[in-house]
Design a binder for this molecule. Structure first.
Ligand SMILES: N[C@@H](CCC(=O)N[C@@H](CS)C(=O)NCC(=O)O)C(=O)O
Length: 244
């Protein structure tokens, strides 16, 4: 039997809710940014009504998660009568990005947005797996050195170039906020925690930096960053992963 999240019987309700922006949302994840930071920023940037759910006893909830991991997204219609769920950070982010208009204006733009976003996701996952995925200090140090001289400068050079080609306006595609912008915004803290200001800074990578300042200047994102939840997640992120 399939998992309830994947039950085809919910297709009509799912498709109906997928275009609604006045739903309420619940993001289930541990009390840090980690794999849920992008999702929460999409919701904030989209002006969504969302709250965060941090499992008090994850072990009891784990068996009912479709893949035994979080984040998970719950969306409830404005009138409270319909609920849908999405699992896996990549699927959640794409679902919400489309709903809130962060995937470009047409098929070409959508593919560009997904291309830049996917390239950033690949680096994020590599950092998590190779660096945060081990407690062995020697393995960690080697992973850090390898990435700081390989995949990270590779990512930085390509992204600085493509952002500059779009006019260094804080966006990857046209002049609109997209999932690609939000993904980059979220990986910067992680990359700087591994490489300091050697590779990424306002003066060294102005086009990448502009993505950060542009997103942070959005009133809805600023408001989210000032919430108690956000501050608590930043503190735990710092303690647990080494960057806020
Ligand atoms: N592929 C998943 C990975 C999510 C993931 O690894 N979640 C971790 C926390 S970062 C988790 O739930 N760990 C708890 C567990 O495995 O029981 C996604 O992108 O959503």
């Amino acid at each position: 039997m399939t998992h309830p999240y994947f039950d085809p019987a919910q297709a009509a309700v799912f498709n109906e809710l997928s275009t609604a922006r006045d739903s309420t949302f619940e993001v289930s994840y541990f009390g840090l940014h980690g794999f849920a930071g992008v999702t929460r920023t999409i919701l904030a940037a989209g002006g969504a009504n969302f709250k965060n759910y941090v499992p008090a006893d994850w072990a009891t909830e784990k068996p009912s998660a479709p893949f035994g991991v979080i984040p998970l997204l719950k969306e409830t219609s404005k009138d409270g009568s319909k609920t849908i769920h999405v699992a896996e950070s990549d699927a959640i982010e794409r679902y919400l990005a489309k709903k809130f208009g962060f995937t470009g204006a047409n098929a070409f733009e959508e593919t560009l947005v997904n291309t830049y976003a996917a390239h950033t996701t690949a680096l994020f996952q590599q950092c998590f797996l190779k660096y945060f995925g081990t407690k062995d200090e020697e393995v960690k140090a080697k992973a850090k050195a390898d990435m700081a001289s390989g995949s990270i400068p590779g990512w930085v050079n390509f992204h600085e170039k493509y952002l500059a080609a779009n006019g260094s306006n804080g966006h990857y595609v046209g002049d609109k906020t997209s999932l690609a912008d939000i993904k980059t915004y979220h990986i910067l803290g992680l990359l700087q925690s591994l490489t300091g200001e050697d590779l990424i800074s306002e003066s060294k990578t102005p086009a990448i930096w502009k993505v950060k300042t542009t997103l942070e200047s959005m009133p809805s994102v600023r408001a989210w960053r000032e919430t108690e939840d956000f501050k608590a997640f930043s503190e735990k992120n710092l303690n647990f992963l080494g960057y806020p």
